[in-house]
Ligand binder design. Structure first.
Ligand code: NAP
Length: 250
């Protein structure tokens, strides 16, 4: 197992990509705490499934967009398991709409949840990771950060911001044996993409060179790599996992 003895914290771990990440890290031997926002049933199902298999997993309700709540989550995990080795900033939302008619609250909610939460949790784990002289931070960005998508100015701004934060923080804390990387998923089959999948799945598949939608496990595999010892010389990198969607040649 690649993560024996490690403690991981994943935001948005109750559904979709986050759930697959929680499962992957737990199966590889880490103790995993994850944050969910409102769907307690989904969170409890993850805990039941994994503890039933003998893994150590706990769910914590919190709003990742709120700094005081992020601080409390990190404090609670360290109180229980003494450290945090791996932080995966995955919590995210969409509130799509053309800028001309985008209400300020839909701009702010996406920026606060997708980007503010990354500051909140990175800041909260910084001192504990520095004193352990070990850390693996993985931020879940998106290919939307680099490719224009109508109706997603808020989302693209948040995901582009995450990539900038990733590179800057990597330069600040590399010497403390803490790496900071991002994964940029393409089109992944989760609740977030349900509406667009229902409307245009076969059209989307035609644009993906490997001719299938991504599954949450495809992203979890990349996160496991970046969170493991195998990636100890990789920092400040954005790893695109999109089946070739953004190559543009097909
Ligand atoms: P999802 O199925 O909608 O799941 C979102 C998760 O985030 C849920 O666990 C949700 O918890 C949690 N969450 C949302 N707001 C939160 C908050 N304020 N505080 C704490 N937790 C919160 O989304 P997904 O498709 O798995 O996406 C996961 C990440 O990948 C997001 O950052 C997304 O932007 C990114 N991504 C997704 C795709 C894709 O195609 N799906 C592509 C590129 C990037 P509750 O259920 O309790 O609300």
């Amino acid at each position: 197992m690649k993560l024996e003895g490690r403690v991981a914290l994943v935001t948005g771990g109750s559904r979709g990509i986050g759930r697959a990440i929680v499962e992957k890290l737990a199966v590889e031997g880490a103790k995993v705490a994850f944050v969910y926002h409102s769907n307690a049933d989904a969170a409890n199902a993850v805990v039941e499934e994994l503890t039933g298999q003998g893994h150590e997993v706990m769910a914590i309700q919190a709003d990742a967009a709120k700094k005081d709540q992020a601080d409390k989550v990190v404090g609670d995990v360290i109180e229980k398991w003494e450290k945090i080795d791996i932080l995966v900033n995955n919590a995210g939302i969409i509130r799509d709409g053309l800028l001309a008619v985008m209400e300020p609250e839909n701009w702010q909610a996406v920026i606060d949840t997708n980007l503010g939460s990354v500051y909140n949790f990175c800041h909260a784990v910084m001192r504990p990771m520095m004193s352990e002289r070990y850390g693996r931070i993985v931020n879940i960005s998106s290919v939307s950060a680099e490719y224009g998508n109508q109706g997603q100015v808020n989302y693209a701004a948040s995901k582009g911001g995450m990539q900038g934060l990733t590179r800057c923080l990597a330069t600040e804390i590399g010497r403390r044996n803490i790496t900071v990387n991002a994964v940029a998923p393409g089109f992944i089959s989760t609740d977030m993409t349900e509406a667009i999948r229902n409307a245009a799945e076969s059209e989307i598949k035609k644009k993906i060179p490997v001719r299938r939608l991504g599954q949450p496990e495809d992203i979890a595999n990349a996160v496991l790599f970046l969170a493991s010892e195998d990636a100890s010389y990789i920092t400040g990198h954005v790893l695109t996992v999109d089946g070739g969607l953004t190559l543009g040649g097909v």
